[in-house]
Structure formats: structure tokens, C-alpha cells
Design a protein around this ligand. Structure first.
Ligand code: ME8
Length: 524
């Protein structure tokens, strides 16, 4: 009987698009790594994944910095967008498209959604005055501002604001208050985690004002269709990237039909309002379905302090990857910080994680067990004899890992997924120590083989599940177990992909190096 071709379910995941107004920092790296782990997990779990990331290149701030550098805005944006792409390449962020908001298709897409919102009667011309922050690209109400000791008025993010008046197009956000509240009610997973959902719901309940969505005071933006004196407010253009990426305005295209509405927008907590209030309102107005989930992660601080250029404590992800290795950095960020909460970076913390979890717990277990096979069994993986209760127990824990990790990942609890995997690694170490294979080698060769096979089989499943988080190291581990490329997805978890005794394994090599402090520089 010919088999029906199985159609993979679609999964569309995005990151925020970064301002390329300088080099990327560790906060940018963190978000991309987390989204990449979620995307890789879904791919390995049998989904047809589309993963979009990119850069948000318009706005006054970009134009001003470019001018200071003696460059045109597009030259400045291109220079930095290149650096963001280099970061992704270095960190293993395996996106399907890197969108730049200066891309031609995105300009057309932004003008198309604008037009739909006009047709819906949601855009009108008015005038705007208020306290405007160039850095935040946002207007604030007077009571949201404060005046500091130097007499400078500051917005809620601590950036200077100026009194500004201009003609502006407005979006009728006020008309969407109840629709949004109803939407949140009907879609409890729309805003995650709960703390953000509550924050957004109470913001919307307190009343929504119409939103100024065009600017006339600068030109570095997407022209408003039909009124070229205006450019779009950068957030209208920025948010639209998520539909451009899958083919908007061609809503009949295969990619749009397949991938929209997005399954998951991964963003930082500071931009939740744009994604959970403005964005669904724009989409509703344009007759497009809102995304399924917006997940806001927390902020990374340097030793507990907020990172800022003026303090000089901004962390360069290129430096970190060089110092610790890409997989150690990825593992640290994803394991240490509960996803959705703020977290801190420090040298001590990353070294402790790297050496304890990666080098000692997983690295040593693999190296010790595989070396025993190499030395005592000429590198041939033994077949298991009858399983003793201890063997059966650790094997059952390994088999139970897949479903638990999946459950955590479905809820974007990345740190918990890693917790589940590394709990089994810890159990496997206890099992290995208690079974003392080095003693069995002479006294009970059959059990010696069973313990080594069982350990290798647990490592196989750990390595399979570790792929989304530490892709390069997990691949090396799978190489050491001679796992073919078609047996590396999650269909091979559990009993489906058991290691076959008799396989000749390659010579073992350490996969997770220990971090060793560089020699203290000798005094000059
Ligand atoms: O907000 N820790 O761009 P952006 C963790 N262009 N995440 C951080 C962080 C930190 N210290 N600092 C920033 C923008 N982020 C807009 C987005 S989306 C349509 C437009 C996160 O370069 C931040 O929360 O300022 C955001 O999700 C992303 O990095 C880009 O920030």
C-alpha cells in the first residue's frame, strides 16, 4: 500500500528585530539563542519550522547616529546589520530569514497594511503634541515624565524628552480596548508569562488613547502611502516585519497560508506593550489574525547591574563566545536564567556551570564510559544482557525525558527542559558510580557490557535532547556513538532508536572542555 505522505505541522517563530544602531550586546544574543533553541527543538520534533529574525533600521535615532558617523542611514544600518548576522552565525542562530526593514518587500508590506487600516477607517489625520523621547521614539504624557537635578525632563525610561508638536496620522487604538480585552480572555496563552499578561491587561483596562503613527520631522522611514510628507512611526513598520517575513501582502501565498498566524513571538519584557496591544490591534484592523503567543523574556544584567553604554559594562557576545566557547555560553544563558525572568551574568557563574554541568557531569561520564569500551572491548559497543533493576530504572528515566522536555518547551520553560535533562545526567552518574564497571570488567564481563551499553544509551538520549541547546557538542557526542544523521531527530528517542550492540565506535575524544583560568599576566 502506498503511504500517504505525512505533512509536517507548521511552526512559525520570530525574535524581536534589533536596532542596528551599534554593535549587538549580550541581551540581543540571549534572545536569539533562546529563540534558536525553541526553533531547533520544534524542527527535531517533526515540525516544519520557519524562524525569522532581523534588524529594525528606520527612525530618527538611526538617522542621527548615522550622521554623527558621517554615513548615510542605510550605510550605517548595513554596517551594523552585518555585525548582527555575524553574531548569529557565530552563535549558531540558524534562522530561515534575516529581514531588514529596509528590504524592498518590507516597504511594500508596511504600506499595504497601512492601506488596509485606512480602508477600515482606523487612520485619521490629526495633530500631536507631547513630551517626545528621541531615544525611545515615543511620546509620553506629562505625568509620565520627571525633571532631574540638572533641570532635564526625563521620560519613564530615564531618557531626555522634548516638547514636540507635529501633524500626525493617528491609529484609532481607543476603538480596540474591548476587542483586545475579549481577545486576551478568549486566548489565555496570547501573552506569556502570566506576569506580563496581567501587566498588559491592566494597562488596556485603564483605557487606550489613539496612537500617533506618522512623523513629519524626519525622513528616514517608510513613506505614508498618499502623503509623502509623512513617514511611518517606526513601530508600525517594525511590527509589520512579522507578516512580511511570510509573504504579506500576498495573503494567498503558500508561505502566508502555511505560517500565519505566527505561533510564537519571542521578545524582551520592555516591548511587550507594542506586541500585545498595538500589534494585535493593527492586525485586527487590517483583517489579519493576531499571533498565537507573545512571550516576553527578562533582562540580562551584568553582575546584577543594568548594562549601559555610559557605565561601560555592556557585554560583547563575541568576547564571551571566544572566552568560554559557544555551547558553554548558550548552555549558561538558557540554564541559569529562568526564561521569562531577569538574570545576571558573571564570570564565576558561567565558569561554575560550564565546569560542573558540562565538563564534569556530562563530559566526564561520556569520556569515562566510552574510553572503557575503547580500551576493553576494542571500541565495539557491547550488547546488553538481562537488565538488573538499576539498569531498568535509569533506562526508564532516560525514556521519560523526551515527553517531559517537550512539555517544558511547549511552555517556553527552557531552563526547566535543561533541568530535566541534567537531572538524568546526574542519575546516570550515580548509576555509573554505583555499578562500578571498572570492577565488573574482570568479575562479571556480561554485566560490565550491560552497564556500559545502558550508560551509552542514556547518553544517546541526553545528546539527542541536548541538540537544540548545545548543537555542536551534542553532534560530537552523537558522532562518538556513531548515530547516523537520520536517527538524530526526536522520533528516535526512547525505545525507537536503541543503540545496537556490535557497532564499532570511533575513538572517544573529550567533548566539553573544562574552563581553565588563563595564567595571570606576568608583571611587566
Ligand atoms: O526593541 N537583556 O530593539 P532593541 C535581555 N527594535 N534582552 C534585551 C536586553 C537585555 N539587557 N536589552 C535588549 C527593539 N533586549 C526594537 C524591537 S520588534 C518588532 C522591534 C532585547 O535592539 C529587547 O527586549 O532595543 C528586544 O526584545 C531585543 O533585545 C531588541 O532590542
Amino acid at each position: 500500500m502506498p503511504q500517504e505522505p505525512t505533512v509536517k505541522p507548521a511552526f512559525y517563530i520570530t525574535t524581536a528585530i534589533d536596532y542596528p544602531n551599534g554593535a549587538p550586546h549580550i541581551g540581543h544574543a540571549y534572545e536569539k539563542i533562546a529563540a534558536d533553541a525553541l526553533a531547533r527543538f520544534k524542527k527535531l520534533d517533526g515540525y516544519d519550522v520557519f524562524f525569522l529574525t532581523g534588524t529594525d533600521e528606520h527612525g530618527l535615532k538611526m538617522a542621527q547616529t548615522a550622521e554623527k558617523q558621517g554615513l548615510t542611514p542605510i550605510e550605517w544600518a548595513t554596517k551594523n546589520a552585518t555585525r548582527f548576522k555575524e553574531m548569529d552565525a557565530l552563535l549558531g542562530v540558524d534562522y530561515d530569514r534575516f529581514i531588514r526593514t529596509t528590504d524592498e518587500d518590507h516597504i511594500l508590506s508596511s504600506q499595504a497594511i497601512w492601506q488596509r487600516m485606512v480602508e477600515a477607517g482606523d487612520i485619521y489625520l490629526g495633530a500631536y503634541s507631547g513630551w517626545y523621547s528621541v531615544r525611545d521614539e515615543a511620546y509620553y504624557a506629562e505625568d509620565e515624565t520627571t525633571v532631574n537635578a540638572d533641570g532635564v525632563r526625563l521620560g519613564p525610561q530615564g531618557t531626555p524628552v522634548e516638547w514636540t508638536e507635529e501633524k500626525s496620522y493617528f491609529f484609532r487604538l481607543s476603538a480596540y480596548q474591548q476587542k483586545l480585552l475579549d481577545y486576551y480572555d478568549a486566548h489565555p496563552d496570547f501573552i506569556r508569562p502570566d506576569v506580563r499578561r496581567n501587566e498588559v491587561t491592566s494597562f488596556v483596562r485603564s483605557g487606550l488613547q489613539d496612537l500617533s503613527i506618522s512623523r513629519t520631522t524626519f525622513t528616514w522611514g517608510i513613506p505614508v502611502p498618499g502623503d509623502e510628507a509623512h513617514v511611518m512611526y517606526v513601530w508600525v513598520d517594525a511590527l509589520t516585519n512579522y507578516i512580511t517575513g511570510v509573504g504579506y501582502p500576498d495573503t494567498d501565498s503558500a508561505s502566508f497560508k502555511r505560517f500565519w498566524p505566527a505561533d510564537l513571538h519571542i521578545i524582551g519584557k520592555d516591548i511587550i506593550r507594542f506586541h500585545a496591544v498595538y500589534w494585535p490591534a493593527f492586525l485586527m484592523s487590517a483583517g489579519i489574525a493576531p499571533p498565537k503567543t507573545v512571550f516576553a523574556h527578562g533582562f540580562i544584567h551584568n553582575r546584577g547591574e543594568k548594562m549601559s553604554k555610559s557605565v561601560g559594562n555592556v557585554i560583547d557576545p563575541f568576547d564571551l563566545a571566544k572566552a568560554y566557547g559557544v555551547d558553554a555560553l548558550r548552555y549558561f544563558l538558557l540554564r541559569e536564567i529562568p526564561f521569562g525572568q531577569d538574570g545576571s551574568y558573571s564570570h564565576e557563574a558561567i565558569v561554575a556551570r560550564t565546569n560542573a554541568d558540562l565538563a564534569n557531569d556530562l563530559g566526564n561520564l561520556a569520556q569515562r564510559s566510552l574510553s572503557m569500551i575503547a580500551k576493553n572491548l576494542s571500541g565495539t559497543l557491547p550488547s546488553p544482557g538481562p537488565l538488573a533493576p538499576d539498569d531498568a530504572e535509569i533506562l526508564a528515566s532516560a525514556d521519560a525525558m523526551g515527553p517531559k522536555v517537550r512539555e517544558a518547551m511547549e511552555a517556553q520553560q527552557i531552563h526547566q527542559a535543561l533541568g530535566v535533562i541534567w537531572a538524568v545526567v546526574a542519575d546516570a552518574n550515580r548509576y555509573f558510580a554505583a555499578s562500578a564497571p571498572w570492577e565488573l570488567r574482570k568479575t562479571d564481563p556480561e554485566r560490565f557490557g550491560t552497564v556500559l551499553w545502558t550508560t551509552a544509551e542514556v547518553i544517546r538520549q541526553v545528546a539527542l535532547l541536548a541538540q537544540p541547546f548545545v548543537p555542536t557538542s551534542a553532534a560530537k557526542l552523537l558522532d562518538l556513538l556513531d548515530i547516523s544523521s537520520d536517527a538524530r531527530d526526536f522520533a528516535s528517542l526512547g525505545g525507537a532508536g536503541r543503540l545496537a550492540g556490535g557497532t564499532v565506535l570511533p575513538a572517544p575524544a573529550p567533548v566539553f572542555p573544562r574552563y581553565v583560568e588563563p595564567e595571570a599576566a606576568s608583571p611587566a
